[in-house]
Design a protein around this ligand. Structure first.
Ligand code: UGA
Length: 450
Protein backbone atom coordinates (compact mmCIF):
# COMPACT_ATOMS: atom_id res chain seq x y z
CA UNK A 1 0.00 0.00 0.00
CA UNK A 2 1.13 3.59 -0.45
CA UNK A 3 1.54 5.20 2.97
CA UNK A 4 2.47 8.71 4.12
CA UNK A 5 3.69 9.49 7.61
CA UNK A 6 3.63 13.05 8.90
CA UNK A 7 6.11 13.66 11.71
CA UNK A 8 9.43 11.80 11.66
CA UNK A 9 10.18 11.59 15.36
CA UNK A 10 10.69 8.30 17.11
CA UNK A 11 7.12 7.12 16.51
CA UNK A 12 6.78 8.34 12.92
CA UNK A 13 10.19 7.26 11.72
CA UNK A 14 10.06 3.83 13.36
CA UNK A 15 6.54 3.28 11.99
CA UNK A 16 7.63 4.36 8.52
CA UNK A 17 10.79 2.29 8.31
CA UNK A 18 9.10 -0.79 9.74
CA UNK A 19 6.09 -0.55 7.42
CA UNK A 20 8.50 -0.26 4.46
CA UNK A 21 10.30 -3.35 5.76
CA UNK A 22 6.90 -5.09 5.78
CA UNK A 23 6.51 -4.35 2.07
CA UNK A 24 4.59 -1.07 1.93
CA UNK A 25 5.73 2.01 0.01
CA UNK A 26 6.30 4.69 2.61
CA UNK A 27 7.19 8.35 2.58
CA UNK A 28 8.11 10.05 5.84
CA UNK A 29 7.41 13.77 5.98
CA UNK A 30 8.78 16.34 8.41
CA UNK A 31 9.14 20.11 8.35
CA UNK A 32 12.62 19.88 9.84
CA UNK A 33 15.06 19.83 6.92
CA UNK A 34 17.98 18.69 9.02
CA UNK A 35 16.07 15.61 10.18
CA UNK A 36 14.92 14.76 6.65
CA UNK A 37 18.43 15.25 5.22
CA UNK A 38 19.82 12.84 7.79
CA UNK A 39 17.10 10.24 7.24
CA UNK A 40 17.58 10.46 3.46
CA UNK A 41 21.22 9.45 3.79
CA UNK A 42 20.51 6.70 6.30
CA UNK A 43 21.34 8.65 9.46
CA UNK A 44 18.43 8.76 11.86
CA UNK A 45 18.41 11.62 14.38
CA UNK A 46 17.32 9.24 17.13
CA UNK A 47 19.20 6.40 18.78
CA UNK A 48 17.07 3.31 18.36
CA UNK A 49 18.34 -0.26 18.28
CA UNK A 50 18.25 -1.67 14.74
CA UNK A 51 16.80 1.48 13.16
CA UNK A 52 19.82 2.61 11.14
CA UNK A 53 20.27 -0.83 9.57
CA UNK A 54 16.62 -1.08 8.61
CA UNK A 55 16.62 2.51 7.35
CA UNK A 56 19.63 1.90 5.13
CA UNK A 57 18.18 -1.35 3.82
CA UNK A 58 14.83 0.21 2.88
CA UNK A 59 16.34 3.38 1.44
CA UNK A 60 18.17 1.18 -1.03
CA UNK A 61 14.83 -0.12 -2.31
CA UNK A 62 12.15 2.14 -3.78
CA UNK A 63 9.93 1.50 -0.79
CA UNK A 64 11.16 4.21 1.60
CA UNK A 65 11.82 7.92 1.18
CA UNK A 66 11.74 11.07 3.26
CA UNK A 67 10.83 14.63 2.32
CA UNK A 68 9.71 18.00 3.64
CA UNK A 69 7.00 18.55 1.01
CA UNK A 70 3.61 17.16 1.99
CA UNK A 71 1.37 17.60 -1.07
CA UNK A 72 3.68 16.05 -3.65
CA UNK A 73 4.73 13.22 -1.34
CA UNK A 74 1.16 12.16 -0.65
CA UNK A 75 0.20 11.72 -4.30
CA UNK A 76 -1.74 8.45 -4.44
CA UNK A 77 -1.42 7.74 -0.71
CA UNK A 78 -4.09 5.36 0.59
CA UNK A 79 -3.24 5.79 4.26
CA UNK A 80 -1.67 8.80 6.02
CA UNK A 81 -0.44 8.57 9.60
CA UNK A 82 -0.27 11.64 11.82
CA UNK A 83 2.69 11.15 14.16
CA UNK A 84 3.49 14.65 15.36
CA UNK A 85 4.20 15.63 18.96
CA UNK A 86 1.48 16.41 21.50
CA UNK A 87 3.34 18.08 24.38
CA UNK A 88 1.61 18.74 27.71
CA UNK A 89 1.40 22.48 28.27
CA UNK A 90 0.79 22.26 32.03
CA UNK A 91 -2.98 22.39 31.57
CA UNK A 92 -3.75 19.98 28.74
CA UNK A 93 -2.11 18.41 25.71
CA UNK A 94 -1.12 20.94 23.11
CA UNK A 95 -2.78 20.08 19.80
CA UNK A 96 -1.11 22.86 17.81
CA UNK A 97 0.87 20.45 15.60
CA UNK A 98 -2.04 18.05 15.12
CA UNK A 99 -4.33 20.91 14.12
CA UNK A 100 -1.81 22.36 11.68
CA UNK A 101 -1.38 18.95 10.02
CA UNK A 102 -5.17 18.55 9.78
CA UNK A 103 -5.35 21.84 7.88
CA UNK A 104 -2.70 20.70 5.40
CA UNK A 105 -4.19 17.23 5.07
CA UNK A 106 -7.64 18.71 4.50
CA UNK A 107 -6.29 20.73 1.58
CA UNK A 108 -4.69 17.58 0.18
CA UNK A 109 -7.87 15.54 0.71
CA UNK A 110 -9.78 17.94 -1.57
CA UNK A 111 -8.11 16.53 -4.62
CA UNK A 112 -7.26 13.05 -3.33
CA UNK A 113 -8.93 10.21 -5.21
CA UNK A 114 -10.43 7.06 -3.64
CA UNK A 115 -11.07 6.70 0.07
CA UNK A 116 -7.93 7.87 1.90
CA UNK A 117 -7.70 6.99 5.56
CA UNK A 118 -6.11 9.42 8.03
CA UNK A 119 -4.67 7.61 11.03
CA UNK A 120 -3.88 9.32 14.33
CA UNK A 121 -0.74 7.77 15.84
CA UNK A 122 0.06 10.78 18.00
CA UNK A 123 -1.08 10.34 21.60
CA UNK A 124 -4.26 12.37 22.00
CA UNK A 125 -6.87 12.35 24.76
CA UNK A 126 -10.21 10.63 24.11
CA UNK A 127 -12.60 12.55 21.82
CA UNK A 128 -9.78 14.38 20.01
CA UNK A 129 -10.43 12.44 16.80
CA UNK A 130 -14.17 13.08 16.91
CA UNK A 131 -14.20 16.64 18.20
CA UNK A 132 -11.03 18.10 16.67
CA UNK A 133 -9.53 16.00 13.87
CA UNK A 134 -12.69 15.05 11.97
CA UNK A 135 -14.24 18.57 11.99
CA UNK A 136 -10.94 20.14 10.89
CA UNK A 137 -10.46 17.68 8.05
CA UNK A 138 -14.07 18.05 6.90
CA UNK A 139 -13.89 21.83 6.99
CA UNK A 140 -10.58 22.05 5.13
CA UNK A 141 -11.50 19.45 2.49
CA UNK A 142 -15.21 20.08 2.01
CA UNK A 143 -15.57 16.28 2.14
CA UNK A 144 -17.41 14.00 4.57
CA UNK A 145 -15.87 11.40 6.88
CA UNK A 146 -17.34 7.94 6.30
CA UNK A 147 -18.37 8.91 2.77
CA UNK A 148 -15.24 10.41 1.13
CA UNK A 149 -12.45 9.59 3.55
CA UNK A 150 -11.90 7.70 6.80
CA UNK A 151 -10.32 8.48 10.16
CA UNK A 152 -8.69 5.93 12.48
CA UNK A 153 -7.04 6.09 15.87
CA UNK A 154 -4.15 3.66 16.08
CA UNK A 155 -2.16 4.16 19.31
CA UNK A 156 1.47 3.09 19.50
CA UNK A 157 2.86 0.86 22.24
CA UNK A 158 6.55 1.24 21.43
CA UNK A 159 9.21 1.44 24.11
CA UNK A 160 12.13 3.72 23.37
CA UNK A 161 15.24 1.67 22.78
CA UNK A 162 13.30 -1.37 21.57
CA UNK A 163 10.80 0.46 19.35
CA UNK A 164 11.82 -1.39 16.16
CA UNK A 165 11.48 -4.82 17.78
CA UNK A 166 8.19 -3.77 19.40
CA UNK A 167 6.82 -2.60 16.05
CA UNK A 168 7.90 -5.70 14.16
CA UNK A 169 6.50 -8.03 16.84
CA UNK A 170 3.57 -6.19 18.40
CA UNK A 171 1.73 -7.49 21.46
CA UNK A 172 -1.53 -5.96 20.20
CA UNK A 173 -2.78 -3.60 17.57
CA UNK A 174 -5.70 -1.35 18.38
CA UNK A 175 -7.62 0.07 15.45
CA UNK A 176 -10.32 2.57 16.32
CA UNK A 177 -12.23 3.76 13.30
CA UNK A 178 -14.84 6.25 12.20
CA UNK A 179 -16.47 3.48 10.15
CA UNK A 180 -15.99 -0.14 9.09
CA UNK A 181 -14.40 0.76 5.75
CA UNK A 182 -11.60 2.78 7.38
CA UNK A 183 -10.92 -0.02 9.83
CA UNK A 184 -10.71 -2.52 6.95
CA UNK A 185 -8.19 -0.31 5.10
CA UNK A 186 -5.94 0.06 8.16
CA UNK A 187 -6.29 -3.66 8.89
CA UNK A 188 -4.64 -4.26 5.51
CA UNK A 189 -1.62 -2.17 6.57
CA UNK A 190 -1.09 -4.67 9.40
CA UNK A 191 -1.89 -7.74 7.30
CA UNK A 192 1.54 -9.22 8.33
CA UNK A 193 0.91 -8.98 12.09
CA UNK A 194 0.23 -12.13 14.05
CA UNK A 195 -0.94 -10.50 17.30
CA UNK A 196 -4.54 -9.84 18.41
CA UNK A 197 -6.03 -6.92 16.52
CA UNK A 198 -8.73 -5.04 18.41
CA UNK A 199 -11.23 -3.10 16.37
CA UNK A 200 -12.97 -0.33 18.27
CA UNK A 201 -14.49 3.08 17.84
CA UNK A 202 -12.28 6.17 17.91
CA UNK A 203 -12.58 7.20 21.56
CA UNK A 204 -12.06 3.66 22.89
CA UNK A 205 -8.75 3.42 21.04
CA UNK A 206 -7.69 6.79 22.49
CA UNK A 207 -8.71 5.65 25.98
CA UNK A 208 -6.69 2.42 25.62
CA UNK A 209 -3.49 4.39 25.07
CA UNK A 210 -3.83 6.54 28.19
CA UNK A 211 -4.99 3.63 30.32
CA UNK A 212 -1.90 1.63 29.30
CA UNK A 213 0.39 4.55 30.08
CA UNK A 214 -1.32 5.12 33.45
CA UNK A 215 -0.99 1.62 34.86
CA UNK A 216 2.78 1.15 34.54
CA UNK A 217 3.77 4.45 36.22
CA UNK A 218 1.26 3.70 38.96
CA UNK A 219 3.04 0.41 39.63
CA UNK A 220 6.35 2.27 39.79
CA UNK A 221 5.08 4.88 42.25
CA UNK A 222 3.45 2.13 44.34
CA UNK A 223 6.78 0.29 44.51
CA UNK A 224 8.59 3.51 45.41
CA UNK A 225 6.21 4.24 48.28
CA UNK A 226 6.64 0.70 49.65
CA UNK A 227 10.42 1.18 49.42
CA UNK A 228 10.22 4.53 51.22
CA UNK A 229 8.18 2.94 54.00
CA UNK A 230 10.72 0.11 54.32
CA UNK A 231 13.50 2.71 54.62
CA UNK A 232 11.71 4.58 57.39
CA UNK A 233 10.74 1.38 59.22
CA UNK A 234 14.26 -0.05 59.06
CA UNK A 235 15.32 -3.67 59.28
CA UNK A 236 13.46 -4.61 56.12
CA UNK A 237 14.61 -4.59 52.50
CA UNK A 238 11.95 -3.61 49.97
CA UNK A 239 13.75 -5.74 47.43
CA UNK A 240 13.00 -8.91 49.42
CA UNK A 241 9.43 -7.77 49.90
CA UNK A 242 8.99 -7.19 46.17
CA UNK A 243 10.77 -10.45 45.30
CA UNK A 244 8.16 -12.30 47.37
CA UNK A 245 5.38 -10.31 45.69
CA UNK A 246 6.80 -11.30 42.30
CA UNK A 247 6.26 -14.96 43.18
CA UNK A 248 2.48 -14.60 43.33
CA UNK A 249 1.20 -16.97 40.63
CA UNK A 250 -1.19 -14.28 39.48
CA UNK A 251 1.68 -11.93 38.69
CA UNK A 252 4.13 -14.57 37.64
CA UNK A 253 2.51 -17.78 36.41
CA UNK A 254 4.27 -21.06 35.77
CA UNK A 255 4.33 -21.88 32.07
CA UNK A 256 5.81 -25.18 30.88
CA UNK A 257 7.15 -25.82 34.38
CA UNK A 258 8.97 -22.46 34.59
CA UNK A 259 8.14 -19.05 35.99
CA UNK A 260 7.20 -16.74 33.14
CA UNK A 261 8.85 -13.67 34.78
CA UNK A 262 6.75 -11.25 32.71
CA UNK A 263 8.11 -7.80 31.90
CA UNK A 264 5.53 -6.12 34.09
CA UNK A 265 7.46 -7.29 37.18
CA UNK A 266 10.22 -4.82 36.38
CA UNK A 267 7.75 -1.98 36.91
CA UNK A 268 7.17 -3.39 40.40
CA UNK A 269 10.62 -2.44 41.63
CA UNK A 270 11.72 0.59 43.59
CA UNK A 271 13.85 3.28 41.99
CA UNK A 272 14.36 7.02 41.69
CA UNK A 273 11.15 7.59 39.74
CA UNK A 274 9.93 7.23 36.20
CA UNK A 275 10.80 9.52 33.31
CA UNK A 276 10.82 9.62 29.55
CA UNK A 277 8.81 11.39 26.92
CA UNK A 278 5.61 9.47 27.61
CA UNK A 279 4.78 8.43 31.18
CA UNK A 280 5.14 11.83 32.91
CA UNK A 281 3.39 13.72 30.11
CA UNK A 282 0.60 11.18 29.66
CA UNK A 283 -0.06 10.87 33.40
CA UNK A 284 -0.47 14.64 33.73
CA UNK A 285 -2.59 14.96 30.61
CA UNK A 286 -4.84 12.09 31.73
CA UNK A 287 -5.30 13.67 35.17
CA UNK A 288 -6.26 17.01 33.59
CA UNK A 289 -8.59 15.25 31.17
CA UNK A 290 -10.34 13.31 33.96
CA UNK A 291 -10.99 16.51 35.87
CA UNK A 292 -12.76 18.02 32.92
CA UNK A 293 -15.23 15.16 33.09
CA UNK A 294 -15.62 15.41 36.85
CA UNK A 295 -14.22 11.91 37.35
CA UNK A 296 -10.78 12.75 38.77
CA UNK A 297 -8.16 10.04 38.53
CA UNK A 298 -7.07 10.38 42.16
CA UNK A 299 -4.73 7.39 42.10
CA UNK A 300 -2.92 8.92 39.16
CA UNK A 301 -2.56 12.23 40.99
CA UNK A 302 -0.72 10.39 43.75
CA UNK A 303 1.34 8.53 41.15
CA UNK A 304 2.52 11.89 39.82
CA UNK A 305 3.20 13.47 43.19
CA UNK A 306 5.14 10.44 44.50
CA UNK A 307 7.18 10.59 41.31
CA UNK A 308 7.94 14.28 41.73
CA UNK A 309 9.24 13.68 45.27
CA UNK A 310 11.25 10.52 44.63
CA UNK A 311 14.36 12.12 43.05
CA UNK A 312 14.46 14.72 45.85
CA UNK A 313 14.32 11.88 48.36
CA UNK A 314 17.44 10.45 46.68
CA UNK A 315 19.23 13.76 47.29
CA UNK A 316 18.04 13.75 50.91
CA UNK A 317 19.67 10.33 51.34
CA UNK A 318 22.92 11.65 49.85
CA UNK A 319 22.74 14.71 52.09
CA UNK A 320 22.33 12.46 55.14
CA UNK A 321 25.46 10.52 54.18
CA UNK A 322 27.61 13.36 52.85
CA UNK A 323 26.41 16.23 55.03
CA UNK A 324 26.74 19.03 54.13
CA UNK A 325 26.41 18.69 50.35
CA UNK A 326 27.67 22.23 49.84
CA UNK A 327 31.23 22.10 48.53
CA UNK A 328 31.19 18.30 48.04
CA UNK A 329 31.67 16.51 44.74
CA UNK A 330 28.95 14.03 43.80
CA UNK A 331 29.37 11.58 40.93
CA UNK A 332 26.20 10.91 38.93
CA UNK A 333 26.26 7.65 37.01
CA UNK A 334 23.79 7.90 34.15
CA UNK A 335 21.72 10.81 32.84
CA UNK A 336 19.43 9.21 30.23
CA UNK A 337 15.96 8.29 31.50
CA UNK A 338 16.78 4.65 30.86
CA UNK A 339 19.69 2.74 29.31
CA UNK A 340 20.21 2.36 25.55
CA UNK A 341 18.81 5.78 24.75
CA UNK A 342 20.18 9.31 24.65
CA UNK A 343 16.80 10.66 25.70
CA UNK A 344 16.87 12.75 28.86
CA UNK A 345 13.31 14.04 28.71
CA UNK A 346 11.90 14.05 32.26
CA UNK A 347 14.80 11.86 33.34
CA UNK A 348 15.01 11.58 37.15
CA UNK A 349 18.66 12.57 36.63
CA UNK A 350 17.47 16.11 35.89
CA UNK A 351 15.77 16.59 39.27
CA UNK A 352 18.62 14.82 41.07
CA UNK A 353 21.43 16.86 39.52
CA UNK A 354 19.51 20.15 39.74
CA UNK A 355 18.75 19.55 43.42
CA UNK A 356 22.36 18.55 44.14
CA UNK A 357 23.55 21.74 42.46
CA UNK A 358 20.94 23.82 44.31
CA UNK A 359 22.32 22.48 47.58
CA UNK A 360 25.81 23.53 46.57
CA UNK A 361 27.34 20.25 45.39
CA UNK A 362 29.67 20.00 42.41
CA UNK A 363 28.16 17.42 40.06
CA UNK A 364 30.33 15.28 37.79
CA UNK A 365 28.38 12.98 35.48
CA UNK A 366 29.10 10.03 33.24
CA UNK A 367 26.67 8.81 30.60
CA UNK A 368 27.73 6.98 27.44
CA UNK A 369 25.05 8.68 25.32
CA UNK A 370 24.49 12.08 26.96
CA UNK A 371 27.01 14.91 27.22
CA UNK A 372 27.04 18.71 27.22
CA UNK A 373 23.54 18.97 25.71
CA UNK A 374 22.38 18.10 29.24
CA UNK A 375 23.65 21.50 30.39
CA UNK A 376 20.94 23.24 28.40
CA UNK A 377 18.37 21.94 30.91
CA UNK A 378 17.50 24.59 33.53
CA UNK A 379 19.24 23.81 36.82
CA UNK A 380 21.76 21.47 35.18
CA UNK A 381 23.99 24.11 33.56
CA UNK A 382 27.02 23.39 35.72
CA UNK A 383 27.11 19.61 35.46
CA UNK A 384 30.58 18.45 34.37
CA UNK A 385 30.88 15.51 32.00
CA UNK A 386 33.54 12.83 31.76
CA UNK A 387 33.44 9.77 29.57
CA UNK A 388 34.86 7.21 31.96
CA UNK A 389 33.16 6.27 35.25
CA UNK A 390 36.57 6.08 36.96
CA UNK A 391 37.12 9.75 36.22
CA UNK A 392 33.63 10.56 37.47
CA UNK A 393 34.09 8.99 40.88
CA UNK A 394 37.72 10.11 41.35
CA UNK A 395 37.85 12.34 44.44
CA UNK A 396 34.06 12.31 44.84
CA UNK A 397 32.42 12.37 48.27
CA UNK A 398 29.44 10.37 47.08
CA UNK A 399 28.21 8.56 43.97
CA UNK A 400 24.69 7.94 42.77
CA UNK A 401 23.65 5.37 40.13
CA UNK A 402 20.70 6.76 38.19
CA UNK A 403 20.66 4.84 34.88
CA UNK A 404 21.31 1.11 34.55
CA UNK A 405 23.85 1.32 31.72
CA UNK A 406 25.39 -2.14 31.29
CA UNK A 407 29.00 -1.02 31.48
CA UNK A 408 28.53 0.35 35.02
CA UNK A 409 28.29 -3.31 36.03
CA UNK A 410 32.12 -3.40 36.17
CA UNK A 411 32.12 -1.02 39.14
CA UNK A 412 33.14 -2.70 42.39
CA UNK A 413 33.54 -1.65 46.02
CA UNK A 414 37.33 -1.98 45.69
CA UNK A 415 37.47 0.38 42.72
CA UNK A 416 35.26 2.98 44.42
CA UNK A 417 37.18 2.78 47.70
CA UNK A 418 40.43 3.34 45.81
CA UNK A 419 39.16 6.29 43.79
CA UNK A 420 36.63 8.20 45.89
CA UNK A 421 37.41 10.74 48.59
CA UNK A 422 34.65 9.17 50.67
CA UNK A 423 33.29 5.86 49.42
CA UNK A 424 29.50 6.27 49.53
CA UNK A 425 27.30 4.78 46.82
CA UNK A 426 23.56 5.33 46.46
CA UNK A 427 22.19 2.70 44.10
CA UNK A 428 18.78 4.13 43.18
CA UNK A 429 18.00 1.26 40.80
CA UNK A 430 19.30 -1.65 42.90
CA UNK A 431 21.61 -2.36 40.00
CA UNK A 432 24.58 -3.66 41.97
CA UNK A 433 25.04 -6.71 44.19
CA UNK A 434 25.41 -5.19 47.63
CA UNK A 435 27.87 -7.94 48.64
CA UNK A 436 30.38 -6.39 46.23
CA UNK A 437 30.34 -3.16 48.24
CA UNK A 438 30.74 -4.60 51.74
CA UNK A 439 33.95 -2.55 52.19
CA UNK A 440 32.14 0.77 51.90
CA UNK A 441 28.88 2.59 52.51
CA UNK A 442 26.39 1.11 50.05
CA UNK A 443 22.77 2.27 50.14
CA UNK A 444 20.18 0.69 47.87
CA UNK A 445 16.72 2.19 47.42
CA UNK A 446 14.34 0.57 49.89
CA UNK A 447 17.10 -1.10 51.88
CA UNK A 448 16.39 0.62 55.15
CA UNK A 449 19.36 0.01 57.41
CA UNK A 450 19.52 -3.68 56.57
C1 UGA B 1 6.48 3.82 27.51
C2 UGA B 1 5.63 2.52 27.52
O1 UGA B 1 6.35 1.48 28.16
C3 UGA B 1 5.28 2.11 26.11
O2 UGA B 1 4.42 0.98 26.15
C4 UGA B 1 4.57 3.28 25.41
O3 UGA B 1 4.24 2.97 24.07
C5 UGA B 1 5.49 4.49 25.42
O4 UGA B 1 5.78 4.84 26.79
C6 UGA B 1 4.79 5.62 24.71
O5 UGA B 1 3.73 6.03 25.15
O6 UGA B 1 5.25 6.03 23.65
P1 UGA B 1 9.07 4.34 27.22
O7 UGA B 1 8.79 5.73 27.69
O8 UGA B 1 9.98 4.11 26.09
O9 UGA B 1 7.70 3.56 26.86
O10 UGA B 1 9.69 3.65 28.42
P2 UGA B 1 9.68 2.44 29.44
O11 UGA B 1 10.72 1.49 29.05
O12 UGA B 1 8.34 1.90 29.74
O13 UGA B 1 10.23 3.30 30.67
C7 UGA B 1 9.46 4.34 31.26
C8 UGA B 1 9.91 4.53 32.68
O14 UGA B 1 9.65 3.36 33.41
C9 UGA B 1 11.42 4.79 32.80
O15 UGA B 1 11.67 5.85 33.69
C10 UGA B 1 12.00 3.52 33.34
O16 UGA B 1 13.05 3.73 34.23
C11 UGA B 1 10.81 2.90 34.07
N1 UGA B 1 10.88 1.44 33.88
C12 UGA B 1 11.01 0.94 32.64
C13 UGA B 1 10.83 0.61 34.96
O17 UGA B 1 10.71 1.07 36.11
N2 UGA B 1 10.92 -0.73 34.76
C14 UGA B 1 11.06 -1.25 33.51
O18 UGA B 1 11.15 -2.48 33.35
C15 UGA B 1 11.11 -0.40 32.42
Amino acid sequence: MKIGIIGSGYVGLVTGVCLAERGHTVVCIDKNERIIKGISVGKAHILETGLDDLLEKNLSTDRFSATTGLEAALKGAEVVFIAVGTPFDGREIDLTFVKAVCGELGAWLKGAPGYPVIVIKSTVVPTTAELTVVPLLERASGKKVGADFGVCSNPEFLREGSAVADFMNPDRIVIGGSDARSIAVLREVYEWAECPIMKTDLRTAEMVKYTSNALLPTLISFSNEIANLCEELGGVDAREVMAALHLDFRLNPVINGKRANPGILSYLEAGCGFGGSCFPKDVNAFIAFSEKYNAPLNILKQTASVNARQPIRMVDILERECRPLAGKTIAVLGLAFKPDTNDTRESPAIAITAELARRGARVVACDPAVREEFNRIPGCEKVEHVSDWRETVKGAHGAVLVTKWRHFAEITGESLAALMAAPVLLDTRRFFKKELFANMKYIGTGMGNK
